[in-house]
Design a protein around this ligand. Structure first.
Ligand code: PGA
Length: 258
């Protein structure tokens, strides 16, 4: 089995001004030099440039929370991949359930964005996950398979340099409700199997699978102890430097000087 990096990502959503974002990184970056974890921060567009500069040379990788698939054009309010890379982004979250539910994003649209990200050397963090109704109807696997199949349509092992998939059950996001580590492991092993069907075993083995949905310092380690959970995508608990550092401490079992 391929050895996969441990990647813990914070998704700041629509929080933090530029000074707040800078302050977070100034405090966290020096404290995490020695831990065996890659830390990703998905920051607001306005903070990308300065945070990417502050994070340079540290273990923090900076990215965005969304983008448009077009390279440029008359799309008021949208942002293009080259604007993100220009500002220092190395990855982009695509298909987050808030984008799907609140802004009507479809698998087809997300698929175009995934392809654009890959062409632009931005690592996509592709989010998938079922709603509570779908889970109760026993459709979790079916929904996740369809999301992966449609969002990765036309992507081949040759044009995929690096991909992260985040399994985020919609009912667990921001609710305090958690899937159990065993449930998540089962779904992650299913995701890996679907990736193998779509892109072959080599890609499936090396793809980092993150879990997201009410991750806190108290449950991060038991989730990460599962063999197919390679990382976490964290919303609420990534907003305070202390809480996020506590997650990193618990996962790495080393004390951080923050
Ligand atoms: P949460 O958000 O950790 O606040 O549940 C996770 C996410 O939306 O990625």
């Amino acid at each position: 089995m391929a050895k996969r990096d441990v990647i813990i990502a914070g998704n700041w959503k629509m929080y933090k001004t530029i000074p707040e974002a800078e302050n977070f990184v100034e405090r966290l970056a020096p404290a995490i030099n020695d831990i065996p974890i890659e830390v990703y921060l998905a920051v607001p567009y306005t903070a990308l440039f300065s945070v990417a500069q502050k994070a340079e040379g540290s273990k923090i990788t900076v990215g965005a929370q969304n983008m448009n698939d077009a390279s440029e054009g008359a799309f008021t309010g949208e942002i293009a991949s080259k604007m993100l890379t220009d500002a220092g982004a190395k990855f982009v979250i695509l298909g987050h359930s808030e984008r799907r539910q609140l802004f009507g994003e479809t698998n087809e649209f997300i698929n175009r964005k995934v392809k654009t990200a890959l062409e632009s050397s931005l690592v996509p963090i592709l989010c998938v996950g079922e709603t509570l109704d779908e889970r109760n109807a026993g459709q979790t696997d079916e929904v996740v398979r369809q999301q992966l199949t449609e969002c990765l349509d036309g992507v081949t092992p040759e044009n995929i340099d690096s991909l992260i998939v985040a399994y985020e059950p919609v009912w667990a996001i921001g609710t305090g409700e958690n899937a159990t580590p065993e449930d998540v492991q089962e779904e992650h092993s299913f995701v890996r199997k679907v990736l193998e069907d779509l892109l072959g075993k080599k890609v499936a083995d090396k793809t980092v699978l993150q879990y997201g949905g009410s991750v806190k310092p108290g449950n991060a380690k038991i989730l990460m102890d599962q063999p197919d959970i390679d990382g976490l995508l964290i919303g609420g608990a990534s907003l305070s430097t202390e809480t996020f550092a506590e997650v990193l401490e618990n996962v790495s079992t080393s004390k951080l000087n923050i």
